[in-house]
Design a protein around this ligand. Structure first.
Ligand SMILES: Nc1ncnc2c1ncn2[C@@H]1O[C@H](COP(=O)(O)OS(=O)(=O)O)[C@@H](OP(=O)(O)O)[C@H]1O
Ligand SMILES: Nc1ncnc2c1ncn2[C@@H]1O[C@H](COP(=O)(O)OP(=O)(O)O)[C@@H](O)[C@H]1O
Length: 215
C-alpha cells in the first residue's frame, strides 16, 4: 500500500480504502438485478411499512433480493440510542442512509421506510449514492387520513399532549419537492386508488423501466 494514500476521515486518521476484486457489478450479475435504495417517506400512518412489505413480497416472488430497513425496527437495535429531536432524527436517517448504501453496493434492492421529515437529511442520503440509485417514494397522504387510521394510538396521545414533538402535530414534516415517485391517497373513504399492491406495482414499473430488475 502507498503510504501517501493514508487519509483522515471524520475522527479516523491514517486509514486507507481497501479494494476487493469482486465488485458491485459482479454481485449484480450473480443476482440479475441492480442494487439501489427505494426511500419511502411520509407521515406516521401513511402506509410506509405496509407498502415496503408489499413491494418486498412482490419483488421476492419475481426472484429479486430485497431488504427492508424500517425506522421502528432499526430503533430497536442500531439506533436504540436515538430519540425524536431534530438532531436524533438526522442521525437516525444518516445511519440508515449509510447502511442502505452498503446494501445497495451488495447488489440488493434496499427499501427504507422512515418518516424522514427533513429535506436536507433525505438529500444527504441521496448524495451518498450513484446518480439514479436513490429512488424517493413520497406517500402523499393527508394528515387527517393518517390520524383517522392511528393504528398505534400515537396521534391520540400526541393530541392529548402525552407525546411531545410528534410529526405532523407539533413537529415538522417537509414534503419532498422532487421525488421520483409520488403516491397520492385521496381523502374519501373507500377510495382504492392506492391499495398497497397498486402502490407496489407503480414502484416495480419504475424499477423495470429504469433497468433495476436486470443486471
Ligand atoms: N415523536 C414522534 N414522532 C414521530 N414518530 C414517533 C414519535 N414517537 C414515536 N414515534 C414512532 O416512531 C416511528 C418513526 O420513526 P422513524 O425512525 O421513521 O422517524 S424519523 O424518520 O427519525 O423521523 C413512527 O412509526 P411509523 O408510524 O411507522 O412512521 C412512530 O410509531
Ligand atoms: N394504501 C392503504 N390504504 C388503506 N390503508 C392502508 C394503506 N396502507 C396502509 N394502510 C393502513 O394504515 C395503517 C398504517 O400503515 P403503516 O404501514 O403502519 O404506516 P407507517 O409505516 O407509515 O406508519 C395500517 O393500519 C395499515 O393497514
Amino acid at each position: 500500500k502507498n503510504l501517501s494514500d493514508l487519509s483522515t476521515n471524520g475522527n479516523s486518521k491514517n486509514i486507507l480504502w481497501h479494494e476487493c476484486p469482486i465488485q458491485k457489478l459482479d454481485r449484480q450479475k450473480l443476482l440479475q438485478q441492480k442494487g439501489c435504495v427505494i426511500w419511502i417517506t411520509g407521515l406516521s400512518g401513511s402506509g410506509k411499512s405496509t407498502i415496503a412489505c408489499a413491494l418486498s413480497r412482490s419483488l421476492h416472488s419475481r426472484g429479486k433480493l430485497t431488504y427492508i430497513l424500517d425506522g421502528d425496527n432499526i430503533r430497536h437495535g442500531l439506533n436504540r440510542d436515538l430519540g425524536f429531536k431534530a438532531e436524533d432524527r438526522s442521525e437516525n436517517i444518516r445511519r440508515i442512509g449509510e447502511v442502505a448504501k452498503l446494501l445497495a453496493d451488495a447488489g440488493i434492492i434496499c427499501i427504507t421506510s422512515l418518516i424522514s421529515p427533513y429535506q436536507k437529511d433525505r438529500d444527504a442520503c441521496r448524495a451518498l449514492l450513484p446518480k439514479g440509485d436513490f429512488i424517493e417514494v413520497f406517500l402523499d397522504v393527508p394528515l387527517a387520513v393518517c390520524e383517522a387510521r392511528d393504528p398505534k394510538g400515537l396521534y391520540k396521545l400526541a393530541r392529548a399532549g402525552m407525546i411531545k414533538g410528534f410529526t405532523g402535530i407539533d413537529d415538522p414534516y417537509e414534503p419532498p419537492c422532487s421525488s421520483e415517485i409520488v403516491l397520492k391517497q385521496q381523502q374519501q373513504k373507500g377510495s382504492d386508488c392506492m391499495s398497497p399492491n397498486n402502490a407496489a406495482e407503480k414502484v416495480i414499473s419504475y424499477l423495470e423501466k429504469n433497468g433495476y430488475l436486470r443486471a
